[in-house]
Design a protein. Structure first.
Length: 135
């Protein structure tokens, strides 16, 4: 892709990717050192959300202020149909935004296995986008 002299999309996309990378790393560290499972799941969701948004920004695709991973994935699939292979990852990770962020009746405690799965699924999405963009 040849970018115009004033095309700031790659730089803006990099900021999204960097934020997603930090949140993924934080999820991994929390998992390794016994962090709270709800926080790990939330960070895994955020890593995927920011990485998908980075892909959209890189390609100049506008999106609503939205945290729904399936919505973002559908937009990414308009550029590259292979994103649909990540649908199950996003479906599993999607609830970790609202459920973990806001106390409904009491904090939700996910199992260690759920936290491990969230980190693994997020890692798959981040690695997939890395291969597509090479960031």
């Amino acid at each position: 892709m040849v970018k115009a002299k004033n095309d700031l999309r790659p730089e803006a996309a990099f900021r999204w990717f960097e934020k997603g990378k930090r949140e993924y790393s934080s999820a991994v560290l929390n998992l390794k050192f016994g962090g709270y499972s709800d926080t790990i799941c939330f960070l895994a969701h955020q890593a995927v959300e920011k990485t998908l948004k980075g892909f959209l920004v890189f390609h100049g695709i506008r999106f609503q202020k939205e945290h729904n991973l399936l919505y973002l994935l559908r937009l990414c699939a308009k550029v590259d149909k292979e994103f649909l292979d990540l649908k199950e990852n996003c479906k599993i990770l999607d609830p970790y935004y609202i459920e973990t962020r806001y106390p409904l009746d009491f904090p939700i405690e996910y199992s260690k296995e759920q936290a491990e799965q969230a980190v693994d699924l997020a890692g798959e999405v981040v690695d997939f986008v890395k291969r597509k963009i090479k960031f």
